[in-house]
Ligand binder design. Structure first.
Ligand code: ADP
Length: 408
């Protein structure tokens, strides 16, 4: 192996995040802090981009750059790895591989793969299914290919974990031919669901193969997975990340007849439907205040009725979808909360679990979020309830190590 560090890149539509990890020993159980974290974000201020770097040693760097093309400053970000005050490696040669988060792998990829010309072509072909993400992911790969020539690159797909969902869960009940055309449920947040499922087994000191878990990824985007013997057998997101739970600014599932009505009677264009369902709905759409749960919680404390309604709807939909996952599993050995809301909101933990009291799921009386992964069920609860900090970047780094081993 050329170097002993793994660079992880998550190139999105309004930001590009990177993290550099030391290659772990196979037995390493603790998630390490990355040696370096870097972020480029744009779109906040017209033609400006913000560059921010922090190192494990505590050095920080912030710059504002003029930006014409998103990602054009990626080189400037990466150079901070081996030059200047945030330098953590001697040269680009110290990087053994780059792991890229790729949102959509379609039906093609059930696991991470080394990037080849064919892989890039398929990521490009899948762009209509993930128009804001796949093109940005691909651009990140292409830029890294020119910056780190000869460094292996690995694509890690957000859909991969769900590819073994049974057809009964994966197909839509439209014409049978839809599935052959790719019009089926894929599911997303797979890197996170898979990581927290493994971590849950570790915390429970059980074999993942013996467990039925519901993993709740509740961030700006929200999804659940029903994980049986380490595989996703059902999930709430579908053909796109719009299906399922109510989210920050996304509606989640609706009656499809409503869309027909909007198009026919209200004169919406397809772009307007896209805009309203992805950006003006969910917690934001109902509260009229914000997509951020923290803001809504403050407003609820002041008696803001629409903030309260938005929160109640969020919980109602979360509870009903947990019911659906429960039915897919036929039992439950652990419920896991993760991502921004899932890691930090005791009121969400408590309200969600109220619906599971009939199963004798009981939480501790005093719940405070912390930096550590933790169990929050009361002694005697029939099912453990865990709060696990998702580590998507670390999970991508580990995938790289696995893929590199197959290439050796
Ligand atoms: P993303 O899905 O973009 O990765 P995150 O997983 O970071 O986002 O989740 C972001 C969301 O987490 C915020 O919009 C906010 O609603 C929620 N959140 C973060 N911290 C808290 C907190 N202390 N209490 C309640 N919600 C929180």
């Amino acid at each position: 192996m050329a170097g002993d560090r793994i660079l992880v890149l998550n190139a999105g539509s309004s930001s590009c995040k990177g993290a550099l990890y030391q290659v772990p020993s196979p037995s390493a159980a603790v998630v390490p802090e990355p040696l370096w974290r870097g972020q480029l974000s744009w779109g906040r201020q017209g033609n400006q981009a913000d560059l921010a770097v922090t190192t494990q040693q505590g050095t920080t760097l912030k710059r504002t750059l003029a930006v014409a093309q998103p990602l054009e400053h990626l080189e400037e970000l990466l150079v901070t790895l081996w030059q200047g005050e945030t330098q953590v490696i001697d040269s680009p040669d110290d990087i053994a591989a780059v792991g890229h988060r790729v949102v959509h792998g379609g039906q093609h990829y059930c696991q991470s793969v080394p990037v080849t010309a064919e892989v890039k072509q398929i990521i490009a072909e899948l762009a209509p299914l993930a128009p804001t993400h796949n093109p940005a992911n691909l651009r990140g790969i292409e830029i890294l290919e020119t910056l780190l020539t000869n460094c292996p690159q690995v694509a890690v797909f957000d859909t991969a974990f769900h590819t073994q969902m049974p057809a009964a869960a994966a197909y839509y009940p439209g014409p049978y031919e839809w599935a052959a055309k790719g019009l089926r449920r894929y599911g997303f947040h797979g890197i996170s669901h898979q990581y927290v499922a493994h971590r849950a087994a570790q915390l429970l000191e059980r074999d993942l193969d013996d467990l039925r878990l519901i993993t709740c990824h509740l961030g700006n985007g929200c999804s659940l997975a029903a994980v049986h013997r380490g595989h996703s057998v059902n999930t709430t997101m579908g053909f796109t990340p719009l299906e399922g739970l109510m989210m920050g600014s996304r509606s989640g599932s609706l009656d499809p007849g409503l869309l027909i009505y909007l198009l026919r009677q209200e004169g919406y264009t397809a772009d307007q439907v896209d805009q309203v369902l992805n950006r003006q709905s969910g917690l934001l759409g109902i509260s009229g205040l914000s997509s951020d749960l923290r803001t809504l919680q403050e407003a609820m404390a002041q008696g803001h009725g629409r903030a309260q309604l938005a929160f109640d709807m969020f919980i109602h939909r979360l509870q009903t979808h947990i019911g659906a996952m429960l039915a897919s599993l036929g039992g439950l050995d652990g419920l896991v909360f993760t991502a921004g809301i899932g890691e930090h909101s005791p009121v969400v933990w408590r309200r969600t679990c109220e619906a599971l009291q009939f199963l004798n799921v009981v939480l501790e009386a005093d719940l405070t979020p912390g930096d550590e992964d933790m169990a929050i069920q009361a002694p005697g609860s029939a099912v453990p309830v865990l709060v696990i900090h998702t580590q998507e970047e670390w999970a991508i780094a580990r995938e790289c190590v696995t893929v590199l081993a197959t290439m050796a």
